[in-house]
Design a protein around this ligand. Structure first.
Ligand code: HEM
Ligand code: HEM
Length: 192
């Protein structure tokens, strides 16, 4: 029996408490992250990061850390199967949305980090310690920072793609809760 056979053979009824807590922690961090993004000062040439911008960088780094834990959980655990009667296209769309959320929740913050490095900012984790630059800072001839110039724009576009994916995901959850009235939402809620 392979590892994946073993996992499939024991498809659980619900997400574990660890997965549930991380799911809602990420949801909370993302709300905070978008509020910070929309309230922090506009970022342009020569902007020096202040308190709100630094918080945006720090919470973004925290999102990478929590997502790394989630990914580790995800590759070592089976997830509940779709309830009986759910059409294949809906189950497939839900899995696709989950995969897109995982990918975007690494790509978006990493592009932000790349852009911050390109701007020559020192990215710190809540002022505790500095992190390495991911690309060379903008030099007289943009030395080495191939990703730099467009990383800020792509960071912003993809954060809106992320919001769209979250919107569809939440609509799906509400459809299960209020139209189909099944237990899909309950299995992601601690103690439900
Ligand atoms: C999932 C995590 C993140 C989300 C959802 C997010 C979202 C956003 C959004 C919506 C903006 C546009 C703000 C505006 O309207 O002006 C923005 C800008 C920015 N973010 Fe993030 N961000 C995340 C993580 C990060 C991280 C980890 C860093 C750096 C360590 C970062 C650095 C930046 C920078 C430098 C900008 C300005 C980009 C530019 O205008 O060229 N972000 N972010
Ligand atoms: C706000 C940001 C959110 C993100 C990034 C997010 C992301 C995810 C991901 C990636 C999964 C798949 C779990 C896995 O396989 O590891 C998942 C599952 C789930 N999420 Fe969310 N979620 C968010 C918000 C919400 C909200 C607001 C609700 C409810 C209204 C919700 C309800 C669910 C449910 C019910 C599942 C389990 C689906 C199933 O069993 O197939 N999520 N979420």
């Amino acid at each position: 029996m392979t590892q994946s056979d073993r996992l499939l053979a024991s498809t659980p009824e619900r997400y574990t408490i660890f997965a549930q807590v991380l799911h809602w922690v990420i949801a909370l961090l993302l709300c905070l992250q978008f509020i910070l993004a929309w309230t922090m000062p506009d970022i342009g040439r020569g902007t020096v990061p202040e308190r709100l911008i630094n918080l945006h960088l720090s919470f973004g780094l925290l999102i990478i850390v929590v997502m790394a834990l989630r990914l580790l959980w995800r590759v070592t655990h089976a997830v509940p199967a779709p309830p009986a009667g759910v059409p294949a296209w809906q189950a497939k769309s839900a899995s696709l949305a989950h995969a897109a959320l995982y990918v975007l929740l690494f790509v978006v913050p990493l592009l932000g980090w790349i852009n911050a490095s390109y701007r020559g900012w020192t990215v710190e984790f809540f002022g505790l310690f500095p992190l390495p630059a991911l690309v060379a800072a903008r030099g007289p001839a943009n030395t080495g920072a191939i990703l730099g110039p467009w990383s800020g724009d792509v960071h912003i576009w993809l954060s809106y793609a992320l919001l769209t994916a979250i919107g569809l995901h939440v609509l799906g959850a509400l459809y299960h809760r209020f139209i189909l009235r099944d237990d899909v939402l309950g299995r992601m809620v601690p103690g439900a």
